[in-house]
Write a protein that binds this ligand. Sequence first.
Ligand code: DGJ
Length: 723
Amino acid sequence: MQATRLIHLSGATVSLVLEPNTDGAPVWRYFGAPAGSDGSLSVSGLADAWPAAGAQPLPPTMLENDPPLTLLPTHGLGWFNQPALAGSRAADGGDLDWAHDFRPDDVQWDEHTLRVELSDDVAGLGMTVVYSVEPESGVVSAWAELDNRADTPFRLDWLAAACVPLAPGMDRVLGFSGKWTLEFQENRETLGVATWRRDNRRGRTSHDSFPGVIAGSTLGDDDGTALGAHLGWSGNHTILIEPLADGRRQLQIGEWLAPGEVVLARGERYRTPTAYLAFSARGLNALSASFHQFVRQHVLAWPGGRMAPRPVHLNTWEAVYCKHDPDDLMSLATSAAEVGVERFVLDDGWFHRRDSDRAALGDWWPDARKYPHGLAPLIEHVRTLGMQFGLWVEPEMVSPDSDLYRAHPDWAMHLEGRPLVTGRHQLVLDLANRDVEDYLFDALDTLLRGHSIDYLKWDMNRDLATAGHRGRAAYRRQTDACYRLLARLRAAHPALEIESCASGGGRADYGMLAHMHRVWTSDSNDALTRIGIQRGFLRFFPPEVMGAHIGPAVSHTTGRRHDMAFRAAVAVPGHLGLEMDVRMLDPDERAELVRWIGLFKTWRDVAHSGTLRQGEAGASLAWLQIAAPDRSAALIAIYRRREDTDRYIAPMPVKGLDPMRRYRVQILHMPTAPHYAKPSGLLATLAERGLVLSGATLGDLGVPVPPLPPESAVVIGCTEALD
Ligand code: DGJ
C-alpha cells in the first residue's frame, strides 16, 4: 500500500485533515480536536496514512464509484447527497451543465491555509476553495468562488461557503430560532436520518433564524465535542446538516440565492460570503471562547485600532419615543450625565416631520418644528455635560410619505407589475442604484460633518419583499451595497462608531460587525426574557458588542415588572445602557442606578476582554462568569428565573482563575425580599467584608451562593488579593 501524504491545517483548538485527490477536490478525513491533544489523532498517524480510496468496500447494487465527501461534493456523477454547488446553463429546450465534475489544477497549503483551484472543462466552470485557520483562536474562515468560463450565462442556485464533516456521534444540534423581542432562542434537537435545515429568505440576517449552528455530542456547557458554524453575511442563508452513508454527517452553510439572483456571464465570478467554523473538545463555552477571541482580534475594526472602554449609553427611545422637545431632551441629558451616562443617543423622532413611524424616512435633516435651531444646541449641551453624542438613522428605508419618495418613487426596491409591500409603513431603498447610494452617503456625511456626532445607531426595521433591482432578485446586491455604503462612511469618518440595530437583534452577524461596533441585541429590555436572548447571542459574540440596557421597571414589550437590581444585573456584563427616563426615578432607585453604573465601570475592562463561561442549572438558574485574561479577577452573575424545589443553591465553582493565587471574593449585589431570611455566617461576611480564598478553592469547591427569590440575581466579584 502506498502511504498517502495528507493535508493538515491546524490552530490552537482544531485540526483539519484532508487527502489530496487527483480526481477532484481534497477528501475530508478529519475535522476535530488538534492533532496531539488528548484522545485525538496523533501527528505521526498523519504521516503514513492509508488512502481513502478503496477503504470502503462497495456493497452490491452500488455504482462502481461511490465518491467520498470532499471540500466540494458535486452532483451528477455519483454523489447523491446534497452537493456544494447547484446551477445550470440555459440552452434551447432545457438546461445544460447541471452535472459537475471538478478536477484540481492547483492545491497549495501550509500549516494554516489551504487553497484549491479547480476546473470543470466540460461545464466551462472554474472554482476556488479556501480554508484558513486562524492559529490563536482556531477559527476557520472558509469561502468558495465560482467563475464562468463558457460563453453562455451560468445560473447559480447554491454554492456552499463551507462543507465540513461531523464525526459519528456528533448527533445533537443547537440551532437558533426567534422573533422580534425574543431573538437568539436556543433549540436543542437530536439529529436523525433526515436532513436538518434552516433557510433565511428575509433579505436581512433576521430575528427568526440566526446564521449560526452548533453540532456536537452532548452540547454540554463544558463537555463534549462541538463544531460551530456561522455565516458572516447580513442577507439570506441556508444551513444544513445531512446524514452520510458512513455514520458521519456533512454540514453546509452558505448564502440562500433566489431564482436567477446570480447569473454569471462569461468571466464573471460569484464569491460566497465567508463562513466561520470553530471546534471544541470541551463543550460550548470553549467554542464561544474561540469565536470571541476571533471577533476581538479579526472582525471588529475599532476607530484608532483599539476598543475604548464601552461608554454607558442613554438611548432616548423608550423615554420619549418620537415626542422630541429640545428643552426636555436637554433636561433628560442633564439627568443622564448625573447618574453616570457617558453617551447620549438621540433615537428616532428628530428628523423632518417624523412624528410616528408612518412618515419621513429618507428626509435626513432635523425637523425644524421640533428643532428650530437644529440639533446643535442639544449636542452642545450633551458635550458640555461631558458625554458623547449618538444619533439614530435608518438609511436603507424610505417612507411613502416623505419628500424623498415623492421626488424619487422609483428609488424603492420594486418589481414591475407587483404591488409595493410595506412593513412598518416603509419601503426599502434600492441601494444597488448608485444614485441612491450617493444620496444616502451625502445625507449622512452632511449630518456628520455639520455636527459633532460620535456614534450612529443604524436601524433597519423590515424584511425585504419585492426585493427587485431591474426585475431581478437583489437581496445580495442590497447587502453588498449596504456594506459599501458603510465602508465609504467609515473611511470618511474614521472616528465614528456604529451600532447594528434591526428592530433589535435582526442583524447580528460578523459581516455587519466588520463595519459596526455594537449590536442592539433585542428590543426587549425585560430582564427575564433577556437572560435567554443574551445567552444565545453570547455563543458567537463577545459581551462588549452586546447592547444591554436597563429598561423601565415595567417592560414596554412584556408588561412585566422587575426591580432595578434584576434589570441591572442582567445588563451589566454587556455594553451597558439605559432605556428609560431617568428623571422619573425616585431618590432610592436613582441612587441604586448610580451604584450599578459604578459597578459596570469598575468591571467593564474584565467583562469586555475576559473569557466567558455560561451555564444553567435546570430551568430555574442561569449564570455567567467572566475571568480577566491575566486571571487577576472574575465577575460572576447568577440569575434565578423561577422558583424551584431545591432548598439551597449549590456553591458555584469559579473557573479561569489561577489556582495558586489568592482572591478577595465579594458579593457585589444580592437580593433582599420581604420576609426573606437575612444571610448570616459566611454569606454575610462575603456580602459585608468579602473573604480571601485561593483560586484552587474557588475552582474546586466554588463560592457559596445566597438564596435567590424568583426573578432576582446575585453578582459576585473576585479580585486578586495582593496584600
Ligand atoms: C427599532 C429599534 O430597535 C428601537 O430601539 C428604536 O430605535 C426604534 N426602532 C425606533 O424607531
